[in-house]
Design a protein around this ligand. Structure first.
Ligand code: F0G
Length: 476
């Protein structure tokens, strides 16, 4: 069932002008550059089998003026129209837009906070450090920004079933948007390798959930075969509609910074769809004059799932070096990233870096982001751990502005958090010794008799024995 790539949209009935009445887009192969009007379900080029991207979005054709876009997007923030309430569709001039507004499947995604990170700023020495918290989306991860767009196009194309392979967040998001859009969803996840929290979301949103005895890469391979055989619509980030939606996080970020580009944006890298999407947005924003220069986009991976790091270091980004993936940051436990070429392009185009961090460094950074009162899941914490390295290398300077993209909510992986604070996370692993240094960051729960004395004594002990606490008296 091919998807038509050209869509004439009904005039927007909400009338937050100047709106586009006719929106067109095409698919283009990222390898051979062939344009194509329709994409098959694997979203690959029929000539060279490389991935497709969406090009010629509406703004290219209508040539809107950057200042007009900025003020229109700001104005929409005070509108109660369905599309304007979404922090994704608010930027619809940068998106493929469906035939009618009624097709849009939305949970009011986007509109995520940009937090200052004063403690992490002190730790890294970077004076202006922010966290763009994509974990504050409706299902708790950045996936929602892409899912609203891709689910909309799945519904418009008349699919009854949508499907994905996932390390957890995509499946949670897909299941929610499928449910909202009146579609059924099929989830393929690696058995025993995703957090219960994410799995439970998919169950509650009504997905048909299959735990396969393989890893994420095995699940994705199987999905690719499935979509060729069955009329299911694939919602992995190979689907370029996903990436179009995920672009809006970068647009919203720039709006939050009053269109002053930061010097660096740091992202975690797994299947590499998100880095590609954010990079694409930056290049498009530069193209249209929304920003005057590009931030450097850097991607951080776990040492145990470092395919992109090795691809850039050992093959100059020219061919993928796959790895067997292993990390407790299960969201990025991916060894054969689908969008590696797209990611290489945007890292090189923006002059960014690619680094890897250890399991202990990830755990430390996660606890440090938690101590900000912000929190995130382990995969997101690689950004802070990676930033420390980039500062040590001199790639990031202390007087620069840096934004960490926090991709998932703290509540996504409570097992990791509990094991860390109880001191069990690295027990019996090769990281046990190195993890000793993290003792001061641990705050395990304490079981007490239910007496006032017991609580007061504990309070006094904490005041004396925890001078390293970021909010301790000596640090105030
Ligand atoms: N952070 C989180 C919290 C994620 O869930 C993922 C990917 C990433 C970072 C990496 O993003 O793949 O675009 O490079 N999660 C996918 C999933 C693979 O199935 O939920 P990426």
């Amino acid at each position: 069932m091919p998807l038509s790539a050209t869509s004439d949209r009904d005039k927007d009935k909400q009338g937050s002008q100047p709106d586009l009445s006719k929106v067109t887009f095409t698919f283009r192969c990222i390898g051979c550059g062939s344009p194509t009007a329709a994409a098959a379900q694997d979203f690959r080029c029929s000539h060279c089998n490389n991935l497709l991207e969406i090009t010629d979005p509406s703004w290219k054709l209508s040539g809107p003026n950057a200042a007009a876009l900025k003020s229109m997007w700001r104005e929409r923030r005070s509108s109660n129209a369905t599309l304007d309430l979404s922090g994704v569709w608010r930027f619809r001039e940068f998106l493929p837009v469906p035939e009618s507004e009624q097709q849009v499947v939305t949970l009011r995604e986007g509109n995520t906070p940009l937090y200052e990170l004063p403690l992490s700023s002190r730790i890294t020495g970077v004076s202006r450090l922010y966290g763009k918290h994509q974990g504050m989306n409706p299902t708790g991860s950045f996936k929602d920004a892409g899912m609203t767009v891709a689910a909309t196009f799945a519904r418009q194309a008349g699919y009854r079933w949508v499907a994905c392979a996932s390390t957890g967040n995509t499946s949670a998001s897909m299941a929610a948007y499928a449910a909202r859009g009146g579609m059924r969803s099929l989830v393929l996840v690696p058995e025993g390798k995703i957090s219960w929290s994410k799995l439970s979301q998919a169950l509650d949103y009504g997905a048909l959930t299959c735990q396969l005895r393989t890893d994420f890469d095995g699940c994705l391979r199987l999905l690719q075969e499935l979509v060729r055989r069955a009329p299911v619509y694939q919602l992995n980030s190979i689907n370029p509609f996903r990436l179009e939606g995920q672009k809006t996080a970068a647009i919203e970020l720039l709006e939050q910074l009053d269109w002053q580009p930061p010097d660096h944006i740091v992202l975690p890298g797994g299947n590499l769809g998100n880095s590609s999407a954010i990079g694409k947005a930056l290049l498009e924003m530069l193209d249209i004059g929304l920003i005057s220069h590009l931030p450097k986009l850097s991607v951080i991976q776990a040492e145990g799932a470092n395919a992109l790091v090795r691809t850039l270091r050992e093959a100059e980004g020219k061919r993928l070096i796959s790895v067997p993936a292993e990390t407790r940051a299960t969201a990025i436990r991916i060894g054969n990233p689908a969008s590696w070429e797209k990611a290489v392009k945007v890292i090189q185009a923006t002059g960014g870096a690619c680094e890897q961090v250890s399991e202990v460094e990830i755990a430390q950074a996660k606890a440090e982001i938690g101590a900000e009162g912000v929190g995130c899941e382990p995969a997101s914490a690689v950004t802070l751990a990676g930033l420390k390295k980039l500062v040590r290398q001199g790639f990031v300077k202390p007087d620069e502005t840096v934004v960490l993209v926090l991709t998932g909510n703290l509540l996504k992986d409570p097992d990791f958090t509990m094991e860390f604070h109880r001191g069990d996370l690295f027990r019996g692993t090769p990281h046990e010794r190195a993890a000793d240094s993290l003792k001061a960051l641990r705050h395990p729960p304490i079981v007490l008799d239910a007496t006032l004395d017991a609580v007061i004594q504990t309070l006094e002990r904490a005041e004396k024995s925890d001078p390293a606490h970021p909010n301790a008296k000596s640090n105030a």
